[in-house]
Design a protein around this ligand. Structure first.
Ligand code: GTP
Ligand code: MG
Length: 565
């Protein structure tokens, strides 16, 4: 079947497109602040230097960000603030590397110091508030409130607030329609939706604040973000997935050979899962009772992957804290590597994810929908057909809980073949590919880069890249899959129409036209019923006519997913 499609080989363009994705703070400003204005200027200039940063491994990037977060504080500020005075006040505790302001039901500042000692100094001079008619839990976190006595002069310029929310679909549609080509649209979409430098910093800071709570019980623990926060496919507004990493506890400095040894006396539980559940339930309780700004804490401990879910109000993030979930971190690294191979990978993933959300193929509510993670894996699978791009090397051998998690984390070892397809062509082929994929019998496997026989009868089978006996899309039902297939076909068709392709200043065109409400998403019973009641628009009529006429050459040629079931 795959033979009827264009071969999608990705060209590895050195690390040309890489720089944009290696998120780092600007280099440190040297010396203690004497002039705040000079410091702000230095920060601006350093942004240019950032463009020249060298590529780093996934682990190195995460480690650097984590370390930066440990030197940072989050400060709730009054709505009007004299930025210079604010920075001068804080720089009494040490050099400030970087800061930014944002709005989330109030103004907040993230301030990163050069040294961790500054945090200690700052905390020493911070008071526990006295609250009237209530009592305060005296937990000294790095979430602080700035008290500014008296009224502030409004002559000072307001600090610039960094945006933390994605643009609406309407805004996106408008921005895209102003572009000159579909390739430009896909790039513009990625840039508009991707996590910003500041947003990623805030995510790592929230993990670090959580680590302070968990660290009361397990001082060696690390709370690491995973999922779309770090896999390079995160969209502004996505949740923060966190892992409580307890590996540091097992590292011991005890020297062998003395004959004697000591062990900790520990409680025992029936299984690793039971230990995870017990730790998460206690930490969930602490987050609920002591975690400033953490609200709506839910312990979801019976899930396959037990988790604590809560909202972190000051950042506006929805957080999922899991433990003992190292395989998921490896999946994040694998996706990150794919995202770095070529800018087209991210353009395609962002576009398909946006398209899927616009048509309610994905949802923020758990259910039978296809997830963003599955969509990303589907894009990767489509791109790697007939050309597996990751070749495990012996030096990268990695086994986690019995699963072979070997991947090449050194990008220089990855060989990609020449391919000059435009993003537009890849998008068109993506829709054609999945508009006729034999979902009834084949499964998607990105470790092998090939379709495999489906081992069970679930509607959609996407093999978990590392826990190979698991299906990451087990939740998807036949109706949702049919909607996906129908929308793929409709979008493939739309991308061949003159009205879609011709640049228009009056109506959405190109990719923007694909975000308009669907006319054939009626694979689901409900939509079909709705369609019967509505008069057929000319768009529907054209589409149906086209499918009839083109049946032999466009869609049916490649085999209908429905008929092949
Ligand atoms: P968004 O949050 O929707 O932007 O994408 P995400 O990739 O972060 O997805 P999600 O928050 O749902 O899940 C976080 C991570 O958990 C994913 O990136 C995967 O690594 C992992 N994950 C999600 N769903 C599954 C699943 O069904 N099976 C397994 N094994 N891992 C999953
Ligand atoms: Mg997520």
């Amino acid at each position: 079947m795959a033979a009827s499609f264009g071969v999608c080989r990705l060209r590895f363009r050195g690390l040309g497109g890489f720089d944009r994705f290696c998120l780092r703070f600007e280099p440190q400003t040297q010396g203690r602040f004497t002039s705040t204005t000079a410091a702000i200027k230095a920060q601006t200039e350093n942004t240019t230097a950032q463009a020249a940063k060298e590529s780093k491994t996934f682990q190195a990037i995460q480690e650097e960000r984590r370390e930066q977060a440990e030197r940072s504080v989050l400060i709730s500020c009054p709505p009007k603030i004299n930025e210079n005075k604010f920075l001068d006040y804080l720089s009494k505790h040490g050099t400030i590397n970087k800061h930014f302001f944002y709005n989330s039901y109030g103004a907040y500042a993230v301030v990163e110091f050069s040294n961790r000692e500054s945090i200690g100094s700052l905390k020493e001079s911070t008071n526990i508030p006295t609250v009237e008619h209530e009592a305060a839990v005296p937990f000294k976190s790095r979430l602080l409130s700035l008290k500014w006595p008296g009224s502030q002069s409004s002559n000072y310029p307001m600090p610039k607030f960094k945006n933390q929310s994605p643009p609406s679909i309407n805004e996106i549609t408008q921005r895209l329609s102003e572009k000159d080509s579909i390739d430009e649209q896909l790039q513009c979409l990625t840039e508009a939706l991707q996590l910003t430098e500041e947003n990623v910093s805030l995510r790592f800071l929230v993990c670090s604040l959580l680590q302070d709570i968990a660290g009361a019980y397990f001082p060696e623990c690390i709370i690491r973000p995973f999922g779309s926060t770090v896999n390079s496919f995160g969209k502004l507004g996505c949740d923060v997935d966190m892992i409580l990493d307890l590996d540091g506890i097992y590292a011991t400095s005890q020297k062998k050979g003395s004959g004697l040894s000591l062990e900790y006396h520990v409680k025992r539980a029936a299984s690793e899962r039971a230990v995870t559940q017990s730790i998460l339930s206690v930490i969930g309780k602490c987050v609920d009772q002591f975690g400033p700004g953490c609200v709506g804490v839910q312990n979801i401990l019976q899930a396959r992957c037990p988790l604590v879910r809560f909202a972190h109000q000051p950042s506006g993030f929805q957080c999922d804290l899991t433990a003992n979930n190292r395989v998921a971190m490896k999946s994040s690294e694998l996706l990150f590597l794919y995202g770095q191979l070529d800018p087209r990978v991210r353009h395609l993933v962002f576009s398909v994810r946006c398209w899927a959300r616009a048509h309610s193929i994905t949802s923020s509510i758990p259910g039978a929908w296809i997830t963003n993670f599955s969509i990303t894996v589907m894009v990767v699978f489509f791109l790697q057909q007939r050309n597996p791009v990751l070749f495990p090397g012996p030096s990268d051998k990695c086994v986690i809980e019995g699963n072979d998690c070997t991947i090449v984390s050194d990008l220089s070892k990855i060989t990609l073949q020449h391919n000059t397809d435009t993003s537009e062509k890849l998008l068109q082929e993506f829709f054609e590919f999945y508009g006729s994929f034999p979902f009834n019998k084949a499964s998607i496997n990105i470790r092998k880069g090939k379709e495999q026989t489906k081992p069970e009868t679930t509607a959609l089978y996407i093999q978990n890249p590392f826990e190979t006996t698991l299906n990451i899309s087990k939740n998807v039902n036949g109706t949702q899959l049919e909607r996906f297939v129908a929308l793929c076909r409709e979008s493939a068709w739309l991308l061949q129409q003159k009205e879609t392709l011709n640049r228009s200043s009056v109506s959405p065109w190109g990719f923007a036209a694909l975000l308009l409400p669907s006319v054939t998403s009626g694979a689901g019973v409900k939509s079909r019923r709705k369609r019967k009641q509505e008069p057929a628009s000319s768009r529907i009529k054209n589409l149906l006519d086209s499918l009839k006429i083109k049946g032999g050459e466009t869609v049916a040629k490649k085999g209908s997913a429905k008929s092949s079931r």
